[in-house]
Design a protein around this ligand. Structure first.
Ligand SMILES: CC(C)(COP(=O)(O)OP(=O)(O)OC[C@H]1O[C@@H](n2cnc3c(N)ncnc32)[C@H](O)[C@@H]1OP(=O)(O)O)[C@@H](O)C(=O)NCCC(=O)NCCS
Length: 172
């Protein structure tokens, strides 16, 4: 993947991920750029007719483990699905993560995403821990006193670096 692919990758993600729902709400230019910035070998695209037909974004940061690779995002344009593109992309990204020192590669799959689960099983991933997100909504009228999440510092080190770089210079 090269810088020139950023727009195509971002656009394809917006077409195939429901970014209004978990776990896809963090899909953003920042997320794509952070992956490309930190682990370019594990970020791959498939091009067909000069357009991005599929992509995978991997990194060497899963929680605090520096020896676990993480494939966070993978997608193939619906017009090109079912032709083995995702498998090739995933294999190449995993190979790069193993070459970078990963002792294992992790990925997480939303419960109803049978295409993604099938892809992972077919690619040698085995089911591990299942995490269910429980959500408690704020009571009516509770907003205002709490600090707003968007102003906070991202936990992901790569995102934190980008966040700091994007901040306007401090006035003296
Ligand atoms: C998941 C996705 C990337 C698969 O892409 P793809 O290029 O069609 O996948 P491939 O053709 O390489 O298929 C590889 C394997 O995945 C499985 N698979 C693919 N599509 C499937 C489907 N709709 N249902 C069940 N299994 C499926 C199959 O086991 C397949 O292997 P096989 O054909 O040899 O049996 C694609 O469906 C997609 O972009 N989905 C939307 C984005 C998404 O949900 N991404 C994952 C979360 S980040």
């Amino acid at each position: 993947m090269r810088l020139a692919h950023l727009a195509g990758v971002l656009d394809l993600g917006h077409r195939v991920f429901d970014v209004s729902a978990m776990p896809y709400t963090s899909w953003s230019l920042t997320s794509v750029a952070a992956h490309l910035d930190t682990q370019p070998d594990a970020c791959r695209v498939a091009e067909i007719g000069g357009r991005v037909a599929g992509f995978v974004l991997g990194s060497m940061s899963y929680d605090e483990r520096e020896d676990w690779g993480y494939v966070e995002w993978i997608a193939v344009d619906p017009a090109h699905q079912g032709k083995g593109l995702a498998r090739k992309l995933l294999d190449t990204s995993c190979a790069a993560l193993f070459a970078a020192g990963a002792t294992r590669v992790i990925t997480d799959v939303e419960q109803t995403n049978s295409a993604s689960a099938g892809l992972m099983r077919r690619s040698g991933f085995t089911d591990s821990v299942t995490v269910t997100l429980f959500v408690r909504h704020a009571p009516a009228g509770a907003h205002g006193a709490e600090p707003h999440r968007h102003g906070g510092r991202p936990a992901d080190p790569a995102k934190a670096r980008l966040h700091a770089a994007a901040r306007p210079p401090r006035r003296v």
